[in-house]
Structure formats: C-alpha cells, structure tokens
Design a binder for this molecule. Structure first.
Ligand SMILES: C[S@@+](CC[C@H](N)C(=O)[O-])C[C@H]1O[C@@H](n2cnc3c(N)ncnc32)[C@H](O)[C@@H]1O
Length: 300
C-alpha cells in the first residue's frame, strides 16, 4: 500500500475546494468591512484592516443573540431592520473602550482651573459651562467637580458640568456614582476619605459632588446634540479620538468649535493631537500641559 498516495488523496484539498474557501473568506472580509464602515460613519470608531478580526470577535456575541449566521445578514439587520437602531445601541458597549479613572492627567485640569479663575475677574456672571465628551463612567467629570471645589471656584461662580457618552450602559454606571478601588488608583487617601464612603468593595461618591454633574446620552458625531449647549467654556474630549479616523475627528472638532465660547478651550488626551488634521484650533503649550484655543482668537 502506498501510504503517501492515501494521505494525499485524503488531506489535500482539491483546487476547486481551495478556491471556494478563498472566495468565502474574501466575501466574509468584504462584509466585515461594510459593517466596519457603517460603524465608522455612525460614531467615528474605526477598525483598520489589520484589526478587522477584532471587529469580527466583537460582533460574534451579538450575532449569536440574534441567531444571525453571516456578516451580510447582520449588516442588513443593522442598516435596514427597524430594530437596527436598538441593535446599534446594544453593539456600542462591545466596540468602545471605557478605560478611565479619577484624577487622570490632573496637570491639564489644574491648568484649566487657573484659566477659569482668570476669566472670573472679567465681571461676567454667567455660569461656567464645561463638557466632558466621551465621559465613560463619569470619573473625569466628577474629578473636575472635586478640583473646582478645592480651588474655591464654586464660591465665585455657578458651574455646569455635563458628561456625555454614546454608551448608555456606561452612563448608568456614571449616574450610580459607585466605584471600585481601581477607579481610585490615582487618588490619594485624603481625597478618597473626604469624597467617598466605603461600603464593602464599593466607594460611593459624596452626594454633593454627585449633584454637580449631569449626564447626557449622545453621539459626538451628531451635530444636533450640540444645540443644547452655547458659549461653553471648556470641552474635555480626552482619550476618545485615539479610536477615531481623522475624518471623524475633523467632524467632531468642527462641532466643538461652534459650541465653544470665543475664549473657550479644548482639552484632548496627552497622546492625541490635531496637528495635520485641522488648523481651526491652535495648541497653547504650558509647562506641564496644553490645550487648544480657537485659532482666530489666539495671539500666534
Ligand atoms: C477611553 S474612554 C475616555 C474616558 C475619559 N474621557 C478619560 O479620558 O478618562 C472613551 C469613551 O468615549 C466614548 N465614545 C466613543 N465614541 C463616542 C461617540 N461617537 N460619542 C460619544 N462618546 C463616544 C466611549 O463610549 C468611551 O466611554
């Protein structure tokens, strides 16, 4: 018996089978790309071709819930089914990274507070308006409220802080104001004791700080959402654009420009930049931190 011959006929795929498998894989990747582009147009999050299999993994649990067996069927469901909107809301938490913590990049927040305190002397009595865009579970917005209180800004002026996020599930967590030690890893023990009540493994935020922040469900790319705000003093959009395409960043930043007061400022995460994306904002660099101001308002 010639074992080689038997093995070859048993295991080697014939040419038509290989071609069929190749075509199926290419079709499946094409369908995935369609979903990736649809998600990108919806919320700005972009899965590059090298990350397309990550997208496939994230879709698989939703497809299983709906008992959908192919990417093309899922794409059609998202796009054309009347329940597609609800499905997108259920999918979003699987696509976003919600990493955040209290007192993250505080140099930048201190810089913002000095700027606001400087403005205070101008005689304007309107409240300071601050947006935390892509606020996740609220740590950034609550940190602002704490640091503004510590700096005595609430004694001088009313302050409106709004946290906005596309992920409804994470906003529920923000509103609950209950955190774990992990969220407080950059907080010193004095602040932890002063602002949180420990209950088992949970840290419950002081009611007074909690009441100083409101949360709003919204998509940064939806222009209408900004209609609720006018003459905003500062927009924090930190660690959100790392997942966006340049085109999506451009679109969000144009809305920020219109929403900010002429002397307002924009704070991005330390690894994020608008260089080579848009020149409507100008980077104002300080010793330990930087923020963006409207270009036409700056003394370049
Ligand atoms: C990594 S977290 C950043 C949290 C916080 N800004 C910080 O720096 O600690 C990114 C957040 O952006 C939100 N996000 C992503 N795309 C969004 C969009 N199109 N509109 C609103 N929020 C979005 C995600 O849901 C996620 O909660």
């Amino acid at each position: 018996m010639n074992f080689n011959t038997i093995n070859e006929t048993e295991t080697a795929p014939d040419a038509t089978e290989t071609e069929a498998a190749y075509k199926e894989k290419a079709l499946s990747e094409f369908e995935l790309r369609l979903i990736g582009d649809y998600i990108h147009d919806y919320c700005g999050i972009f899965f590059e071709d090298v990350k397309i299999q990550t997208l496939a993994m994230r879709l698989s649990s939703r497809m299983a819930v709906l008992d959908i067996g192919s990417f093309s069927e899922y794409y059609n469901y998202l796009k054309f089914n009347p329940r597609g909107v609800d499905e997108m809301a259920a999918l979003i938490p699987r696509l976003t990274n919600n990493e955040t913590y209290f007192f993250r990049e505080t140099n930048q927040i201190s810089l913002l507070i000095s700027r606001l305190k400087g403005k205070k002397q101008s005689g304007n009595v309107a409240p300071f308006r601050i947006l935390s865009c892509g606020c996740s579970s609220g740590e950034e917005a609550y940190t602002l409220a704490i640091m503004l209180e510590e700096a005595g800004v609430y004694d001088q002026r009313k302050i409106e802080i709004t946290g906005m996020d596309i992920d409804q599930k994470i906003l529920q967590k923000a509103e609950s104001a209950e955190f774990t030690a992990y969220s407080l890893r950059a907080a010193d023990s004095e602040r932890t004791e002063r602002y949180f009540l420990k209950n088992g493994e949970k840290y419950i935020l002081d009611e007074r700080i909690r009441n100083r922040v409101r949360f709003l469900h919204g998509n940064l790319l939806e222009h209408n959402i900004y209609g609720k705000f006018k003459d905003v003093d500062a927009i924090l959009c930190r660690n959100v654009f790392i997942y966006f395409s340049d085109a999506a960043i451009c679109s969000a930043v144009e809305s920020f420009y219109e929403t900010l007061a002429d002397d307002g400022c924009l704070l991005l995460g330390h690894s994020e930049s608008l260089a080579r994306i848009t020149d409507i904002f100008f980077a104002e660099r300080h010793k330990n931190a930087m923020f963006y101001v409207k270009r036409e308002m700056c003394d370049e």
